[in-house]
Design a protein. Sequence first.
Lengths: 305, 533
Amino acid sequence: MELIRPDTHFDFIGKKKITLWISTAAILLSFASILYHGGLRYGVDFAGGLLIQIKFSKPVSISEVRNALEMTGSKEAMVQAFGGENEFLIRVEKSSADLDSMSKSIQTSLQQQFKDKTLEIRRAEVVGPKVGKDLKTKALWAVGLSFLGILIYVAFRFHQFSYGLGGIVALFHDVTVVYGAISIANVEYSLNILAVVLTIIGFSINDTIVIFDRVRENIKKIRKENLETVMNVSINETLGRTILTSGTVMMVVLILFFFGGEVIHDFTFALIVGLVTGTYSTVYIASPVVLFWEQHISSRKRVRR
Amino acid sequence: MLRGLKWKFILYAAITLFAILLLLPTFTSELPPWFGKVIPTEKIHLGLDLQGGMHLILEVEAEKAVESYVERIKNNLRDDLKEKGIPVGKLEREKTDQIIMEASGEKEKWEKLLSEPRYSIMHELSSSTLEKGIWRLVLVLDSKQADQIKKNAIDQALETIRNRIDQFGVSEPEITLQGTDRILIQLPGIKDPQRAINLIGQTALLEFKLLDEEGNLEEALKGTIPEGDIVLYQRSVDPKTGGVKKIPYLLKEKTLMTGEVLKDARVALDSQFHEPYVAMEFDDIGAKLFEQITGANVKKRLAIILDNNVYSAPVIQERIAGGRAQITGRFDTKEASDLSIVLRAGALPAPVKIIEQRTVGPSLGQDSIHKGIISTTISAVLVVLFMIFYYRFSGVIADIALVLNIIMTLATLALFRATLTLPGIAGLVLSIGMAVDANILIHERIKEELRWGKTIRAAIDQGYHRAFSAIIDSNLTTLIAGVILYQFGTGPVKGFAVTLSIGILANLFTAIYITRWVFDFVTLKVGVKRLSI
C-alpha cells in the first residue's frame, strides 16, 4: 500500500520564507506568553508547596470546596476540577512554613465538613522549598546536557558543523515552542513536563537525523544538482517514512491523551505539541539552517580562498 | 545461509522463551516449586503511583546532635565547677558548638579543670577579663569531633528509622540515604500514612529529670528561671471536651537518665481501670542508675519527659531496684503501642524534618493501572492493525517483532527489579509507537530498492543495510535523552526514562534481528517469489 506516491516532488524548501515567518511567530509568541505570565507556572515539584487530590462520592460544586477551604483558614489554596466528576485538585504554593501540618489540617477539616459526602484523599504531596530549588537546578542541567550530548553525537556522525548547527537550532525551536504551549495553556511545569522536553529533544533530532542521513547519501549520488534540490529530493524520498512514523507515534500519544487518565494529562498534551513541532522543525528549521550555512557562510569561505 | 537460519532461530526462540518465563510470576502466582530455582521469580515491581503508598524524604538536622552534645558537656562542667568550688556566673551554650563561661576566682583552678581529658575536645576560642577578677571564656568544640558527631547522627538516624519501620510492619519498605543528610523512605501499600509519619518523625528522646521543689514556679513563668533549671510543659487533653491544657513544671535541667538504657518497652493494661500504659524495663546499667537516682531522691518528684514534653511526674516513694518503670497518661492502645515502638527502637540522635512527602491512595493507584493497561492495549492493537493494513505480510512480520518487543521490555523490567510507574507505562506506549519507526525505515527502503529493480534478496539486503545507520542514530539519540532523564529524574519520571530506554534497546534487537530472520526464512526456506510489502 502506498500512501505517498513514490515520485512526489513537493518543493518543501522553497516554502521556507513563509515557514520562517511562522516559526519566528511561534517562538515570539512563546516568549511573549512566558514573559506575560512572569515565568512558567511552576508545579509543586519545582516551587514547593502542597497538593491534594480529592474525590467525593456525591456531587459537590467547586464553590462549595472553595468555601470549605476558606473556613479552614487557608486562603492561598487554589482549587480546580480534575479529571472525573466530583474530583478536585487543591494546590497551595508556599515555599516555607510547615507544609506537612497544613496539608494534614486541610485534609482533616475537609473530612469533617463533608462528612456525608465521603471524601476520599486520592493523593497528597508536600514538597519543601529546598527540594524544589534543587530540582530546578537539576532540570537546567538535564536540558543543557542533552543539548550538548546530542550536538556532540551529530557532529561525530556527520562530520559537518552545519548539520549539528541545524539540529541544535531545530531543538531550540522545539523546546521553546513546547514551553510556550504550556505557558499559553496554563499548564503546570512539573517534573513530568521536563520528561516530555527531554523526550522531544531525543525524538526531534531522531527525525532530523533520518533526513540528514538521506541528504548525505544523495549528495554522493547526485553530484550535479545544488544543495537545495538535493534536500528537496531527500525530503520527498523520506516523506513516506516521516508521515508514517509521526503518524503512528501521534496516534499512540492521542490514545494516551484520551485514555491515560488525568494524572498524565498534562504530560501527554505537551507530548502532542512536541511531536508536531519536532516533525515540522526537521523540514523547516534544520534543513534551511544547513542550506543557509552552506550557501552563504561556507561559500564565502570558499570565495575568500 | 540455511544452517545459520536454524541456529539463529534457536537462539531467538530461547531468548523469547526466557523472557516469557520471566514474566510469568507477574501474571500468575501458581507456579511449581522448582520454578523458583531455575528462573528468577520477580513480579514486576510497581511504583508507588500504581501501588498506592507513601514516599518520604527526611532531612536529618545533624547540627542539633552537636548542640545536645555540647549541652551535655556544659552540664557536666557546671557540676564539676560546683564541686571544685569555683564561683561561676554565666554558663551557657551559644551557637551550635560554643560554651560561654564567666568565672571568678583563681584562674589556675579552672584552667586545671579544663585541661582534664574529658574537656579536651573543647578548645579555648578566646578569653578576656571583664571586671575585676571576672574572666570570660569562650570554648568551642573541636571541628573534627563535630563532624564525627554529625556523621554518626545520620547513620544512627538511618538505623533507628529502619528499626521503627521494621516493627511497624510494612511490606517491602525502602529506606536509603540520599546525599549526605537526607533519608529516602518508600512505604508501599501503607494504610495509615499519618501514623507512619508520626512514628518515623518523632525524635523520641526519653529523659528523666528531677523537679526543682524549692524554686519558684510563678517567678520562672514570668521570665526569671533559676540557674540550672528549665521549664517544660505537660500536655493534658480533657477526654470529654477535647480541650488542651498545658501544665508547666519547673525542672532541674540536668538529665539524670535517658532512654538509652531501655532494654524493653511494652504495652500493658492497668489492672484497675484497664487503661493502657507503657511498661519499661532497663538494662543492667540502667537498673543500677535508676536505683541510685530513686534511692537518693526519695519523696522527691521525678519527671518522665519525651521530646521535651512532660508525660508524668510521679513521687518517688522508695528506692526502686529491679529496673522497671511505667509511663502512664491518657493513652489509647494505638498511642501506647506506637510509643513502645519508638522507645524500643531508640531515640533519633537528632530531629528529622520532612522535606518531601507524596502519598497515593490505593484507589488512585488501581485507577492508574487500569488506564495504563487500556491505553497500552488500544495502542498496540491499533499499531498492529495499521502495520498489517499498510505493509500486508511484511506488516505481520513487524507486528511479531512488536509483540516480542513488549514482552522483552517487560521481562527486562522484571529481571532487573526496575520499577514500573504510570509515566513508565506511557514510556512503554511511546516506545510502541517508535518501535514501528525502525520497521518503517526498513520497509520503505526495501520498497524503494524493489522499485529500482533489484531482486528480492538484494532489496532486503540493501533495505536493512541502508536503514541500519539511520535506525541506530535516531534510536541512540533518544537513548541519550533517556539516560540523562534517568540521572536527573526521581520517582515516577525515572520509571518513564527506564521503560523508554529499555523499550528502545529491545526495539533495536527485535526490529533488526528478528524481522531479518523472518524475511530470510520466508524468502530462502519458503521460497517466496514476490514480497508482500
